[in-house]
Design a protein around this ligand. Structure first.
Ligand code: HMG
Ligand code: MG
Length: 300
């Protein structure tokens, strides 16, 4: 196959990674993490979320974090929002982009957002309208594209329909989330194929949690389908507090190593990125969940 010359990596560690940490992390440490990620070459960073602080207390300091992060041309910050209230807070805090989220499973939708899939879509509509007026791009996440912690397998056709609805509502990119990391390349290909019926493939993003160690295989399967945008978390941080058993996203450093080996440009400095993975893992007192954090030897 012919690989793309470039892949776009969205670093979601500060949001998807840290949201699952039980011990409160000071805003200053979150800001330093983002500074170090930017210095390692990440240019698209999901910095925080503006959700109910009762549901995700760890990210209640989103405005403080966005007020402290470095700003320069080409460096962009996304904030995850569940509704108009979240959008308004994200905009006031200076997010460059927001991300809305729905699930491909009714049970997970209820657990994560206390509403049905249809209601979650309804909550997205005013966000998209307000964002269009403000000239802000909106990403759309679909969770549980391969499996749900409560319902098991999820139909690709449902993923495809939701991708089409989010795209038709105005989401410029659609992130396909294997929230609990159960998917294997066969399922991921089926989900991408179903989504690509409704959304140009270059607007799809692979968002794969690595719970079952399948994330890099799923990334490669996605490349074969023409997807070149991926979400990842430095040090493989995280998981979703409302998805029992889910661990973090594919580690950004492992993803970057794969891309480098395939001759795909990411703009990432491997030495600096692995150093960030080791540093944040030490700071939050947990082993880094990546192969590179163990294996990498500094290269000149
Ligand atoms: P609810 O309790 O049904 O909502 O929660 P409500 O409208 O009745 O509001 C309850 C309270 O929350 C009110 O405050 C609201 O003002 C407040 P009170 O009057 O009780 O003091 N509230 C807010 N506060 C701040 N910011 C807001 C906001 N909205 C309401 N935006 C809600 C519904 C959706 C708000 C809640 O369920 C929620 O916040 N859920 C988010 C859960 C979450 O963040 N999950 C993790 C992110 S998703 C994920 O990780 C998956 C992903 O990575 C992709 C993948 O891996 O698949 C994206
Ligand atoms: Mg996620």
């Amino acid at each position: 196959m012919v690989y793309p010359t470039q892949a776009i990596i969205n670093e979601v560690g500060p949001r998807d990674g840290l949201q699952n940490e039980k011990t409160p992390i000071p805003a200053a440490l979150k800001i330093e993490l983002i500074e170090r990620l930017a210095a390692a070459g990440l240019t698209s960073i999901e910095a925080t979320s503006f959700v109910s602080p009762r549901w995700v207390p760890q990210l209640a300091d989103g405005a403080e974090v966005l007020a402290g992060v470095p700003r320069r041309p080409g460096l962009r910050y996304t904030a995850l929002v569940p509704n108009l209230k979240g959008f308004e807070a994200a905009r006031a805090a200076g997010a460059d982009e927001v991300a809305v989220f729905v699930a491909a499973s009714e049970s997970f939708s209820r657990k994560n957002t206390n509403c049905s899939i249809a209601e979650a879509l309804e909550r997205c509509a005013p966000v998209l309208a307000a964002a269009a007026e403000a000239g802000m791009p909106v990403r759309g996440y679909i969770s549980c594209i391969a499996g749900c912690p409560f319902e098991g397998e999820v139909s690709p056709a449902r993923v495809g329909r939701l991708a089409g609805e989010l795209h038709a509502m105005g989401c410029h990119q659609i992130s396909l989330g294997d929230t609990i990391g159960v998917g294997t390349p066969r399922q991921i290909r089926a989900a991408i194929k179903a989504a690509a019926v409704h959304v140009p493939v270059e607007r799809l993003i692979g968002h794969y949690h690595d719970t079952y160690g399948m994330a890099l295989a799923n990334v490669h399967a996605s490349l074969e389908m023409g997807v070149f945008r991926f979400d990842s978390s430095v040090a493989g941080l995280g998981g979703c507090p409302y998805a029992p058993g889910a661990t973090g996203n594919v580690a950004t450093e492992d993803l970057a190593y794969l891309m480098r080996g395939l001759g795909i440009e990411t703009g990432i400095n491997m030495n600096k990125l692995v150093a960030v993975a080791r540093w944040i893992s030490a700071k939050i007192d947990r082993p880094a969940q990546s192969a590179l954090a163990l294996a990498w030897r500094e290269q000149g």
